[in-house]
Design a protein. Sequence first.
Length: 396
Amino acid sequence: MSTTIFILISFLLIVVAAICVYYFSRAKYNSTIDSLITEKNSLENSLNELKLSMPSLQDSEQAALEKKKMEEKNRKLWAMSETVHKERKKVDEQNEILVTEKEKLEVDKKKLDEKVKKLWAQSVSIHKEKERINELKLEIEHKHQEILDSVNYAKRIQRALLASKKMLNDYLPEHFVLFQPKDIVSGDFYWASALRNNQFSVIAADSTGHGVPGAIMSILNISCLSEAINAQQLLLPNQILDYTRQRIMEHMANDGSEEGGKDGMDAVICNFDFTSNVLQFAAANNPLWVFRNNELLEFKPDKMPIGKAMGEIKPFTLQEIQLQKNDLVIMLTDGYADQFGGEKGKKFMYKPLKELILSISNASLLDIKQELYTTFENWKGTAEQVDDVLIIGVRV
């Protein structure tokens, strides 16, 4: 019994002890649990703070990637920085050059400004000079117009002295006159007069010079011819030329030159008798051509002018031709043959002129005149006309 009680008491003691241990342990556990909970909460708070302050693992990877990209960008930026540095260095060098150039330009600008001032002064002077020149130009143009008007009036006077179209039509059969002065007035002229023996005298002449001097000389020449025929009543062509030469020399002896007047004219004078078809003529330096049956009969002139000449003065030669029907008589001066032109710029010359007229001698005189004119213009081209041109054709 006692053993049972002892065992029971021991059991109870053990139970009490176990209960005591249990509560003590539980109290200690609870204290530990509270401490752990507190520590846990503290750790959780710290973790939360850490989470807030540090990215997650995914964010860390992203951050690493961004860092890598940033490092790559930094490398590129560094490379660009070096490039920029080099370029900056070049720019600085260019700036130094530009500064130097700028200094030079400033010096040049200063020089240019000085030149501009001088040019401005010159411009003002030139403007004044231009105004003076314009005034002179207007004055010259006015005087030129006055001279031109005078020359045109002189042309009217000279044309009035030439053989009129009516006179030639009244006394000559079929004929043409190709008259092309170099200038407004001409040294070449053609003149005619009816003779008291029923002949008709025609003169084709080339006065010394052309233009105004030639025209004035032609007036003197016509005056002397008219005096020989109308005042002196001379009939033979050679006598008419002899007298005309004498009068020209007398007039020109007073021209003030030491030589005593060498001016005059070259001419051929033809006296036509259409009743007997006899042609009497005298020629001074200019020939007479007769085209008959497709052949050329050329009559040589006396080699001396109608005026003062070197050596002995001889009488002019009287020549006579028995004309035939359809003969073409040509009187001319040297202006056509002496014209420069063609591809080589040479003179036309007499031989091609003879051949040209011979080739068209059977055509109408209107066509002959037109062909002569066209050929002359084509030959001359853009070249300047060198002399007066005169060709007279008479068909028997």
